[in-house]
Design a protein around this ligand. Structure first.
Ligand code: ADP
Ligand code: MG
Ligand code: MG
Length: 207
């Protein structure tokens, strides 16, 4: 990826998180401790501040370094989880970047496995994994010949539908699990931030 492209992707990700800080916070106030917006903003602002240094690195190294920053800067559960996602994606990235959609899907799948391991969790527990797991599955099962525009549309739709589906789930991981049945009826904050990041990445790929 060209340095300017990576700068653009980082800026878009940080901007969407900052623009939705209040929303993420109010979702987390409903079923958590009300800091998801601040946590995500702190982490992604720190990554954005490193954008020039990251843009000079090969993409795999840049992803790993950005992941480390999220782990170090974010106090909440989401920092180590998103940090693990980026670090594992960076490690899985072949030299020269992903060759095709299958390459992107494999990289994402490696990241998702790292989140599962770090969170001792999986899809169905009302977390960010309820967006990330269906997304990785949808990309992995796409036909090899899928056009970029169609793959992007699939990613957006999958993220939106997967986010919406967290509303009726009962949380069994993270702080929301303390609420038990009362966690039902609210979107998961981390699923929302994951969906926001998916749309930011899709916007980047489209422009
Ligand atoms: P904290 O819960 O420590 O305050 P955040 O509010 O920043 O951290 O992030 C909460 C989000 O993290 C949840 O909405 C959920 O999506 C995600 N999360 C929490 N625990 C786990 C876990 N064990 N596995 C996967 N995701 C998790
Ligand atoms: Mg929180
Ligand atoms: Mg917290």
């Amino acid at each position: 990826m060209a340095p300017d492209d990576l700068r653009d992707l980082i800026a878009r990700s940080a901007a969407t998180i900052a623009a939705h800080e209040e929303e993420l916070t109010s979702l987390d106030r409903a079923i958590g401790d009300g800091d998801h917006g601040a946590n995500m903003k702190r982490g992604f602002s720190a990554v954005a501040e490193q954008a020039d240094a990251l843009a000079g690195l090969p993409l795999g190294e840049a992803l790993q370094k950005a992941g480390m920053t999220l782990i170090m800067k974010v106090g909440g559960a989401s920092g180590p989880l998103y940090g693990s996602l980026l670090m594992a994606m960076g490690k899985a990235l072949p030299d020269g970047g992903p060759a095709d959609l299958a390459g992107v899907a494999a990289m994402l799948a490696a990241g998702v496995e790292a989140v599962k391991a770090r969170g001792k969790s999986d899809a169905g527990a009302k977390t960010m994994l309820d967006v990330l797991v269906p997304l990785a599955r949808a990309l992995q099962s796409a036909d090899a010949g899928t056009a970029a525009a169609a793959a992007i549309a699939t990613a957006r739709r999958t993220a939106d539908e997967a986010l919406a589906a967290t509303r009726d789930m009962k949380a069994t991981k993270g702080r929301a699990s303390f609420l038990g049945e009362r966690s039902i009826g609210h979107l998961d904050p981390g699923a929302r931030s994951s969906a926001l990041l998916v749309h930011a990445a899709c916007d980047f790929l489209e422009d």
